[in-house]
Design a protein around this ligand. Structure first.
Ligand code: NAD
Ligand code: COI
Length: 330
């Protein structure tokens, strides 16, 4: 059985090659993202394994059908970039990895909450500039003294809530489908407005589906208490970036951490071309001392990558055996 893996980085390459040896499949590795333009590289494959934030569009699915490759096996959670109508039209099944390491994301959120509360970016800049007296004056806040709002309590949101609770923070959540056996320490708000009005920190863990476009807009950001912090590891479209920048400039927010960014597509194209990002919103945010920008890397730990690769390949083996992957998404 031949599998072509697109969008492969060095860490994934190691785990993919290990599995190919152990499970005896022919592995074809391509560094570039999958698209109709390069799909001929996968000719003769039973399935495609992929990881990318760029689109899986109709042209890609048409090309897969032409090559008789009937499974697109994502190595990640989010499926907001998949044109499911086109996949269905061309008879292509799509699988994802529903959970590979929620703790990796939870730790990333906690790290950024602490970085913002203790003002580490400002502190580093002042120290590097030799302004040590200014750095000494920068007072921080404790995470254990905050009320944190977790929007979305699926795999990642729940684990994030648990870690925050273990640290001593009070956690308030909102999810239209709250888990029935939620622990007594986790309070659910009736809606997102109610959550925003009572938390100092808000962290987003919902999918980037159309219905969640600009979930945090100017009106909702205004509901947060002054000096609040926003952390987004969900998807870029969840926040109206113009409203976010305005709230930062007005001093409404004391800090922001953005791993998934509304204008990520432009930046990603520049990263892949070896250029520096020049997208204007990115440049404004990146230059602010109380804003932490990361290039969609919250997922990137060794344990997470090992699981992503393994579960994606399991999906392909199940498809080979039973005609359907374990984690099919429609
Ligand atoms: P999940 O499907 O387990 O949970 C998502 C939860 O969000 C569900 O419980 C759902 O009911 C809830 N939800 C949907 N819309 C909502 C809304 N408007 N308000 C409140 N709750 C809402 O997904 P997950 O594994 O927890 O992942 C969440 C998202 O995190 C993924 O969809 C993906 O976009 C993102 N993600 C980012 C990275 C990264 O590296 N930055 C890594 C993995 C996942
Ligand atoms: C996800 O798993 O959904 C992510 O956001 C990770 C990313 C590398 C696509």
């Amino acid at each position: 059985m031949k599998i072509t893996a697109f969008g492969v980085n060095q860490t994934e390459k190691f785990f993919l090659e290990k599995l190919a040896g152990e499970q005896q499949f022919e592995l074809n590795i391509v560094e570039a993202w999958a698209s109709a333009a390069n799909l001929d590289l996968a000719a003769g494959s039973l399935a495609i394994s992929t990881l990318q934030t760029g689109p899986y569009d109709e042209a890609l699915f048409a090309k897969m059908a032409a090559l008789d490759i009937r499974l697109l096996a994502l190595r990640n959670v989010g499926t907001d970039n998949v044109d499911f109508a086109a996949a269905k039209k061309y008879g292509i099944q799509v699988s994802h990895v529903p959970s590979y390491s929620p703790n990796t994301l939870a730790e990333f959120v906690v790290m950024n909450a602490m970085r913002l509360l203790r003002r580490t970016k400002e502190m580093d800049l002042a120290t590097a500039a030799g302004e040590l007296t200014a750095a000494q004056k920068m007072v921080g806040r404790q995470l254990s003294a905050q009320v944190v709002g977790v929007v979305g309590t699926g795999h990642i949101g729940f684990e994030t809530a648990r870690l925050l609770h273990q640290i001593g923070a009070k956690v308030v959540a909102f999810d239209p489908h709250p888990s029935e056996d939620s622990p007594e320490w986790l309070t659910y708000a009736a809606n997102i407005e109610e959550l925003l009005s009572q938390v100092n920190i808000v962290t987003l863990h919902v999918p980037g589906i159309k219905a969640n476009d600009h979930l945090l807009n100017a009106q909702r950001i205004a509901l947060l208490p002054d000096n609040a912090i926003i952390i987004n590891t969900g998807r870029g479209n969840l926040i109206d970036t113009d409203a976010l920048i305005a709230a930062l400039r007005a001093g409404k927010l004391s800090g922001v951490a953005i791993d998934t960014f509304e204008y990520e597509a432009e930046i990603e194209a520049q990263i892949q071309a070896g250029q520096q990002p020049s997208e204007p919103h990115y440049l404004q945010l990146q230059q602010m001392p109380n804003v932490i920008m990361t290039p969609h890397i919250a997922y990137h730990s060794l344990g997470a990558v090992e699981n992503m690769v393994k579960i994606s390949i399991d999906n392909i083996f199940n498809f080979a055996k039973n005609g359907s992957p374990i984690n099919r998404v429609e």
